[in-house]
Design a protein around this ligand. Structure first.
Ligand code: PMV
Length: 312
């Protein structure tokens, strides 16, 4: 049996502006992961692949699946990349502890875990850059113009400084830091938020270009703070990035409640994370206070919270 996995992720700084060529920072969440197990089926003919994903009630033969289904798509794409046209019969079993459709990278982690397990099972290894590129192809199904940050952070499984069209840079941490990730419970498809921002940008390019520039400047400062372990300054930058995200128009009343609650509970900084208009907010906290802050945010209506330490 061959097993491989990939972590969840969260965007720390620079969402939306990253679609327009500015840098962004994302970190893996190692306590959440997608895992794929592949076992040989000696009784079936060459090329027969069985796919099982209980989380989404899927139990099917690959040839019966719609080729545009993200799981079928990434399996075919990986086999093509490996130049394998008649793979030995196998069963692919997918499981994940990453909540689905919540900006925590569940789909991406599943893609990366499939790419890894399939290539290992077939005795080949793909460099991280190629793994990330394949996972990017699947991101395009979810929204047409993904920046590429999600597939990058999930594949490299390290804090990354990412700019479209450039090789990602791994950020080394001056000190570990603690985040609370809080889900508003309001589902917000990334494609909808990205499209809304695109319309606003088309209506008023000069305002949006300067907002994105300001975000870019915050991201560069944030990288410096992360590398130097300046956690209090990092929190202030999160608050500044949040102000810009509000101006970009991806705030929501539910995010507002959670962010205000977090601030009143004494966090270093808080902001929405990912697409916005719902989804997640993140708070940077002193680990000694994480429990009480997490409880306060839960009482304010977060449907799920997760405290995570960001490490190298
Ligand atoms: O919803 P998430 O966490 O996948 O974040 C989307 C981030 C955007 O910058 C809005 C889009 C992108 O492709 O980078």
């Amino acid at each position: 049996m061959t097993t491989a996995s990939a972590p969840g992720k969260i965007i720390l700084f620079g969402e939306h502006a990253v679609v327009y060529g500015r840098p962004a920072i994302a970190v893996p969440i190692h306590q959440l992961s997608a895992t794929v197990e592949i076992s040989s089926i000696s009784t079936s003919p060459l090329g027969t692949i069985h796919v099982e994903a209980h989380d989404i009630d899927l139990d099917a033969w690959l040839h019966e699946m719609n080729p545009d289904h993200p799981l079928a798509y990434i399996i075919h794409l990986t086999l093509d990349e490996l130049g394998v046209h008649d793979p030995p019969a196998m069963g692919i079993k997918i499981s994940s502890s990453i909540p689905i459709a919540s900006g925590l990278g569940s789909g991406t982690a599943v893609s990366v875990a499939i790419i890894r397990s399939l290539s290992n099972h077939l005795g080949q290894s793909l460099p991280l850059k190629r793994q990330s590129k394949l996972a990017y192809e699947v991101e395009k199904i979810h929204h047409g113009t993904p920046s590429g940050i999600d597939n990058t952070v999930v594949t490299y499984a390290k804090p990354v400084y990412y700019e479209r069209g450039r090789d990602p840079e791994i950020i080394s941490l001056g000190a570990p830091f603690t985040l609370i990730v809080c889900d508003t419970g309001v589902q917000s498809p990334t494609a909808v938020a990205v499209e809304q921002v695109r319309k606003s940008w088309q209506d008023d390019r000069s305002t949006f270009e300067s907002l994105f520039d300001e975000v870019g400047s915050i991201v560069r400062q944030a990288r410096d703070c992360i590398e130097r372990g300046k956690i209090i300054e990092l929190g202030l930058l999160m608050d500044q990035n949040q102000v810009l995200l509000e101006a970009i128009g991806v705030h929501s009343p539910q995010l507002q409640v959670l962010i205000e609650t977090a601030r009143n509970a004494g966090v270093y900084g808080a902001k929405l994370s990912g697409a916005g208009l719902g989804g997640n907010m993140i708070a940077l906290v002193d680990p000694a206070n994480a429990n009480s802050i997490e409880n306060a945010i839960k009482s304010a209506g977060a449907v799920r919270t997760l405290t995570t330490e960001v490490i190298e």
